[in-house]
Design a protein around this ligand. Structure first.
Ligand code: SF4
Ligand SMILES: [Zn+2]
Ligand SMILES: [Zn+2]
Length: 177
């Protein structure tokens, strides 16, 4: 019955991941560490030594957990971290400049980036019938490269014989000297 209080997020962790709150479902109630003088300080101290503190905090902010200490922060402290522009590119940049990690913003950013690359790839195919850029985008997106982009790439490198490796190394050593 008590275990029902433990969030799914923690249940899903691999068996060997023992967080300080492991088997401590009381921590997710309003009275963590019952009997302790300062339950908040008690729970925060536990989180301090947790190997997944950052991810736990991300999870609590993303899912809007309203109770308990998560990732070392109280609900009020977590609300202060939650930006109104979370999920937007501005929110993502703002986290970056503060050195914060935010799963919502990172996922939204990755999604936008992928959409932009897919749109650019589609442009390369329709406007140019395949290109070197298209080839690089296909690799970046983890897609199989298409015949047309491969052909453009082959033609590009066929017309630009590359210097032998030993020669290039010699050149850079000479430049550095
Ligand atoms: S940060 Fe705190 S609440 Fe989160 S898993 Fe670790 S000990 Fe548990
Ligand atoms: Zn965010
Ligand atoms: Zn292509």
């Amino acid at each position: 019955m008590i275990d029902a209080l433990v969030p799914d997020f923690l249940r899903a962790l691999p068996a060997h991941t023992h967080t300080p709150c492991h088997r401590r479902s009381d921590l997710f109630t309003d009275k963590p560490g019952t009997g302790d003088d300062d339950p908040t300080a008690y729970a925060k101290a536990l989180c301090e030594g947790c190997p997944i503190q950052r991810g736990c905090l991300d999870h609590a902010i993303r899912t809007g957990e309203t109770r308990g200490i998560w990732g070392g922060l109280t609900p009020k402290e977590r609300r202060a971290r939650q930006r109104p522009d979370c999920g937007t590119e501005r929110g993502w940049r703002s986290h970056l400049s503060r050195g914060e990690s935010c799963l919502t913003c990172r996922e939204a950013h990755d999604y936008r980036l992928r959409e932009q690359r897919l749109a650019r790839l589609s442009h390369e195919h329709t406007e140019h019938g395949g290109s070197l850029t298209g080839y690089r985008l296909e690799l970046l997106l983890g897609l199989p490269t298409c015949v047309r982009c491969r052909q453009v790439r082959q033609a590009y490198y066929a017309g630009r014989p590359r210097a032998a490796k030993w020669y290039r190394r010699g050149m850079s050593a000479a430049t550095a000297a």
